[in-house]
Design a binder for this molecule. Structure first.
Ligand code: SF4
Length: 252
């Protein structure tokens, strides 16, 4: 079953296309939990759930009662009619981890229709789920923001870094770039080696580093040390505009 958590029209808040008006589809479910990010959210049943800043789109056990089961591609496509959108508006597919649905018939039908209608589509993915580009060549038409998780996620290395997946996506995609969430405390703790060991799987792919945080205060605290890190290493700094502007509000 395909689950949609929310949709909203906003600007892209981070990465290469920061500032671009985009219609977001947030899908439910993820193959990771990233409890190391330390965000806590209260579930509908009152449970305090630890995870990343989108834990409400990750943790099926506690949040799925708010997720929308999708039974046809048309249900998703009709969402575009709910907004007054510019023609060919950018579409961002995020989560959770949207590529857990990569082989789903409804999902493939949806992304095919978006491409045929002339939309630029970006996947925000953790880069750990393989795509069968032979069986589904439509995936070659899209952009991939590879937000490969670092050790600060507390996920095991073998689960979060899959060199063959990174390489295959980056070498088949229309475009790909790395996007890392970094907190000030991690900068001196072998971060450069960690990033290098990931980007070696696709050395020509651009790197964007973003301040970690689920709140404006956390993002601000991590910003200046990260800018210094980027200046030293030659990586691109990316803000997280949506958090800086709207703080912890969802759906913006
Ligand atoms: S991979 Fe992304 S969406 Fe999934 S738990 Fe980690 S940060 Fe959250």
């Amino acid at each position: 079953m395909l689950y949609l958590v929310e949709h909203f029209y906003s600007i892209q808040g981070e990465g290469k296309y920061m500032g671009t008006p985009s219609l977001f589809f947030r899908f439910g479910g993820c193959n990771m939990r990233c409890e190391g990010f330390g965000c806590v959210e209260t579930a509908p049943d009152g449970t305090q759930v630890l995870g990343c800043d989108t834990v409400y789109a990750v943790n099926k056990e506690h949040f799925s009662q708010n997720w929308i089961p999708i039974k046809s591609a048309m249900e998703l496509l009709n969402i575009l009619n709910l907004y007054e959108l510019p023609r060919h508006v950018d579409i961002v597919l995020t989560g959770g981890e949207p590529l857990i649905y990569a082989n789903d018939t409804i999902f493939v039908e949806f992304i095919t229709a978006l491409h045929q209608a002339g939309h630029q589509v970006t996947f925000e993915t953790n880069g750990s789920i393989g795509i069968d580009f032979e069986q589904f060549p439509i995936y070659k038409k899209f952009i991939y923001a590879l937000s490969v998780k670092l050790s600060n996620s507390n996920e095991p290395l073998s689960k979060r870094v899959k060199g063959n997946v990174i390489y295959t996506i980056a070498s088949n995609a229309k475009e790909a770039f790395f996007k890392f969430s970094i907190d000030a405390d991690s900068i001196d703790l072998g971060l450069e080696e960690e990033i290098s060991s990931i980007i070696m799987h696709s050395p020509r792919t651009k790197v964007y580093c973003m301040p970690l945080g689920g709140s404006k205060a956390e993002v601000e605290a991590n910003t200046e040390p990260l800018i210094e890190f980027c200046k030293t290493k030659g990586y691109n700094f990316s803000d997280r505009l949506h958090i800086r502007i709207w703080d912890q509000n969802k759906g913006v």
